[in-house]
Design a protein around this ligand. Sequence first.
Ligand code: FES
Ligand SMILES: [Fe+2]
Length: 443
Amino acid sequence: MVDIGTLVDSKQGLINPLIYTDPALYQLELDRVFGRSWLFLAHESQLPNRGSFVQTYMGEDPVLVVRQRDASVKAFLNQCRHRGMRICRADAGTNKTFTCSYHGWAYDLEGNLINVPLEERAYHNQIDKSQWGATKVPRVQSYKGFYFGTWSDEVPEFEEYLGEMKYYFDAAVDRWDNGLEFVKGATKWVIDCNWKFAAEQFTSDMYHAPISHASAMVALFEDPAMRSLFDPSPHDQGRQFAGHGHGTGSMGIPEFGPDILAGPEYSAWQIANRDQVYNRLGTDRAHKIMIHNNIFPNFSWLGTASTMRVWHPRGPGQIEVWAWTYVPKDAPESARKGVREVTQRTFSPAGVFETDDGENWTEIQQVMRGWKARSTLFNAQMGLGFEQRDYPGMPGMSNDLYSEMGARGFYQRWQDLMKNLSWKEIAELDAQRRAAEQEVQPA
Ligand code: FES
Ligand SMILES: [Fe+2]
């Protein structure tokens, strides 16, 4: 096994491509990264009633997320304790119990084993059902309608785990008085790339947009002003935030107003309801768009009404993307139609930007089949040494929008976890890093 300490150098901005290809490292990631982080499970709009459930994954582990009789949400491994079959094979629905389709062991909404066929004849009444419940996800926490779960008993509470990312996450999830809703119907597709390419890009990469998406912008818009929306220009005061492995790219807008992409109805609804945003987020945050965002390790979203997704890892060279369109819960159908349509046209398996992004990631993964290509270091040095803490309107560490500070932070957290440092040790290291950062702050 390679020395994990040498794979990433976040101080120098260097990445060893083995982190995207090595099968042994990947197995370790499932345990040390996905097994010890907070992972997105479901949004409350997916679990409207008692007994509502969705099936999802924590890393590669299938889990069932279930609304309980007392309205709380619990999660357990979707694996029968008899011979390991998936307990529930439906993606979503409403149930009173879950019955395994192999031999019929049945579980309640919490995952307790409640019925075993032929219990008297075949088991001679000697099976202790209380010992054979499904493996429970020990911690599930709700944050503004979003449920996150972890296998770890030592990772800090979810809000502490978010750190300053809370400010940026809230810009999307705490924007409207009545919250958000996932539009029914997730889109799911497979991309042949390592999960970190996708997660890192949503953490940190605005740099690719003017280049990678240039032709898509031409195809989408006739107006030259719209075509150059992604171009770095002097009027754009965009900045990038990074902290605790999370990241956001934020762009200033002259005033809170029309959403050209989502169409006139949504724009009119937004403007009519803008006081909600001003009251909840303050003027400064209302006048920014948090364009790209990722909560470490693999939960990403774009903008303020668009797509949210999880990059489920499927081996070192593949991901399953599960994406939802999210809209303000109160927006009428006429307004949300614009959001739904533009999301499908831009960021979906059929979307122009999505296919550009996937093309890059699969191409890199292909190139790394070469042994020389796999041992040539990558450069993640953009903006190194120009980070600033608590820049006005950007709590935490930020840098120009065009920077790889977010990527460095993402890989730093990845490496901390891969080294199997405890969360307590990571917190101590973070404090040391924070003390050291004062020295590199530009005047
Ligand atoms: S594997 Fe589920 S009942 Fe046998
Ligand atoms: Fe992109």
